[in-house]
Design a protein around this ligand. Structure first.
Ligand code: KG4
Ligand code: ZN
Length: 392
């Protein structure tokens, strides 16, 4: 199955063409084309992602990226006949809310023949709705132009299935499995009975873990995204074996359930900076190192304690950890230690480029989903953006 996948849920515009094979028991994925544009530079100066700005940037980049993957995959061919005007009318209607996209679309693809693909897939949630709509409209326009079915994919399922393309130790997933999803917008523990059967058994009540990293970094005057910044300062503190000064709470660590809360931890950091360190304008790098290490330790302890509880409750054989925050060295190293503690447990994380948002993970989820529900490929269903779509 050849899949054209599109991802625009947050601040990455990503498109890929993947050839999937092997079925549910041994899926394999060959990357034929892959392109990604990160909007981080645009959002950096505002300290976070602005949905309307993300939308505009996605619309600007989608045609360019598609052209790139079509060329890379060798799928770009000229049409023998021009597309009929009625088709363009329908496409114009599909793209009417995406400023400038119709004109750009027509200019770029009016002479491009239908590529050799079986399905177009697009993330329809969770994420920022204005951003999601760009991907959905773009996918629908392509589906209309080339008469290809378009399917909607859950972004979080994409993160879980990203480990199927390639994972750090080339391990296979065994069921029951567990996924710890840690990103800028989500913190979830998901029980996986088999592919397609998910149950969220723990989640954050307020901030996501990546969001907490970003907010704490901002409090210390560090740029967005804050995760890598905090991680860098924390590593420095550890390498110098500095005496710890700050002490923060481990929120909900004894709550008895699998849920998280990071807003209290964020507030504890805020008060500490304000009351003990004399405000953020007086922070030294030594303060940043100390706060970063203690904050990171608090996060790791809570994540680890809840995940261990979930492992014991479910008897999971595989733990998949995915989402942007798994790039964090301390978190990665700490969790890898669970393999020695729990016999028979294998921990699988995506390779670095697949930890953050990308279109390849959406292609993986498309293959698995269509194997489980082949009828998805039959009739075209209506696809709408769902900002708070849940895995279930
Ligand atoms: O999965 P992702 O790319 O986007 C979402 O879907 O949210 O995750 C982005 C999040 C950001 O909050 C960023 O600060 C965090 O991942 N992150 C990190 C690190 N690298 C990225 N957090 C902690 N340590 C890191 N090294
Ligand atoms: Zn994500």
């Amino acid at each position: 199955m050849k899949i054209l996948s599109i991802e625009t849920s947050c601040d990455e515009t990503a498109i890929s063409i993947v050839e999937a094979d092997g079925g549910l028991s041994s899926p394999t994925f060959k990357i034929l084309g892959n392109a990604l544009f990160s909007q981080i530079e645009t959002h950096k100066e505002y300290g976070g992602v602005f949905p309307m700005m993300a939308k505009r940037e996605h619309a600007k980049k989608a045609p360019v990226l598609l052209k790139k993957v079509l060329e890379e995959s060798g799928f770009i061919k000229k049409t023998k006949e021009e597309y009929p005007e009625e088709k363009w009318c329908e496409i114009e209607k599909i793209l009417e809310k995406e400023i400038g996209l119709y004109e750009d679309f027509r200019k770029n693809f009016s002479d491009t023949a239908r590529p050799d693909i079986d399905v177009i897939s697009v993330t329809y949630g969770p994420g920022l709705e204005p951003a999601l709509w760009v991907g959905i409209s773009f996918a629908k326009a392509l589906g209309k132009l080339w008469d290809v079915v378009v399917v909607g994919i859950n972004h979080m399922e994409g993160h879980i299935l990203s480990v199927l393309i390639e994972n750090t130790d080339k391990k296979a997933v065994e069921f029951p499995a567990l996924a710890l999803l840690i990103s800028g917008a989500h913190t979830e523990i998901v029980e996986i009975e088999s592919w397609g059967k998910y149950k969220i058994i723990g989640e954050t009540r307020d901030d996501a873990v990546g969001e907490a990293f970003d907010k704490v970094a901002r409090m210390m005057g560090l740029p967005y995204p804050g995760g890598p910044q905090i991680s860098h300062f924390a590593e420095k503190a550890r390498s110098k074996s500095l005496q710890a000064r700050a002490k923060f709470t481990r929120p909900m660590i004894h709550s008895g359930d699998l849920n998280f809360s990071f807003s209290g931890l964020k507030t504890a950091v805020l008060y500490y900076i304000r009351d003990v360190l004399g405000g953020n304008e007086n922070l030294t790098d030594a303060d940043r190192e100390d706060v970063s290490r203690e904050f990171e330790d608090a996060v790791v302890e809570v994540l680890l304690s809840k995940t261990e509880k979930a492992l014991e409750q479910t008897g999971a054989k595989t733990l998949i950890i995915a989402g942007g925050v798994i790039s964090n060295k301390k978190i990665r190293e700490t969790f890898m230690g669970l393999e020695t503690k729990y016999e028979g447990l294998s921990i699988i994380t995506p390779i670095k480029d697949l930890a953050t948002d990308n279109a390849l993970m959406i292609a993986c989820a498309t293959y698995i989903n269509t194997l489980i529900n082949p009828e998805m490929l039959g009739i075209q269903k209506e696809i709408k953006a769902k900002g708070n779509l849940r895995l279930e």
